[in-house]
Design a protein around this ligand. Structure first.
Ligand code: IPD
Ligand code: CA
Ligand code: CA
Length: 257
């Protein structure tokens, strides 16, 4: 499956890349939540090819109606993760594909066609960027850690969420090296896998934002939990906390207040 999967995702990357360098008309799903014809085109292409070659899997995809699809043997797609970056020409945008067998992680692929960076992991076989092994950072001290986060689209309409974002920044910023907001959850998880970031947290993400990245990070030696420090459920948990493992508890102690 893995060779074919990568081949299809690389081809879909050509659609994303063409869109990145073209004029795009933008529609709004919500006040801050954008969608373009390229999100739809990448998703349609992936769905068409995956359903042709991987018939034993159903498909859960961001721009589709998933209401009648049961998570089990599933391929979870975010056709463009980092759409705001994509629209504005920030090259931090990717296709994210997580494959689950019997609800269990199997393969994760995150592909940024602009930088031609393909992150891949298969459970038990390690994580790789363009074929080179990925390993999380060894840093143990939160104060020396570069962290990342994201701001939920709901921050434009939900005052509770906005307040929560701000309180967490206030608690964390003095205690880490610095905090980044790069705008693509799947790549943020890959950057923790690569040792660029020591940790990452965010609220209100959807399964397609993280389905691939959490497989890649686990295989690179990282740790993922919800905000209470329990095992993370991508369908239910409000927060994801993802780190190199070494700063996990200290980061949790600043977040879970
Ligand atoms: C978004 C990105 C962003 C995160 C948002 C996500 P999208 O996905 O991952 O980094 O902060 O919460 O929804 O909408 O670009 O696919
Ligand atoms: Ca996304
Ligand atoms: Ca998306």
């Amino acid at each position: 499956m893995q060779k074919k999967l990568i081949k299809i995702i690389k081809r879909a990357g050509k659609i994303l890349k063409k869109g990145f360098y073209s004029n795009k008309s933008v529609s709004f799903k919500a006040k801050k939540d954008l969608v373009t014809k390229y999100d739809i085109a990448v998703e349609n292409y992936l769905k068409k090819e995956f359903s042709k070659y991987f018939k034993e899997f159903n498909i859960i995809a961001e721009e589709s109606d998933n209401s009648n699809i049961e998570f089990n043997n599933s391929i979870i797609i975010d056709p463009i993760d980092g759409t705001t970056n994509f629209v504005n020409g920030v090259p931090h945008t990717a296709i994210s594909v997580g494959v689950y067998k019997d609800k269990k992680p199997y393969i994760g692929v995150v592909y940024n066609p602009i930088l031609d960076e393909l992150y891949f992991a298969k459970v038990g076989k390690g994580a790789f960027i363009n074929g080179e092994k990925l390993k999380v950072s060894k840093e143990k001290i939160l104060q020396k850690s570069l962290l990342a986060t994201g701001f939920p689209y709901s921050s434009g309409t939900n005052n509770e969420d906005l307040k929560d974002v701000l309180i967490k920044i206030e608690n964390i910023l003095p205690h880490c090296q610095d905090l980044r907001r790069l705008g693509s959850a799947s790549i943020d998880l890959c950057f923790v896998s690569k040792g660029v970031f020591e940790g990452y947290y965010e609220m209100n993400l959807k399964p397609w934002d993280v389905a691939a990245g959490i497989i890649i990070l686990s295989e690179a030696g990282g740790k993922i939990s919800n905000i209470e420090g329990n095992s993370f459920d991508m369908f239910k948990d409000k927060y994801i906390v993802a780190t190199n493992g070494k700063i996990h508890d200290e980061l949790l102690s600043k977040l879970d207040i």
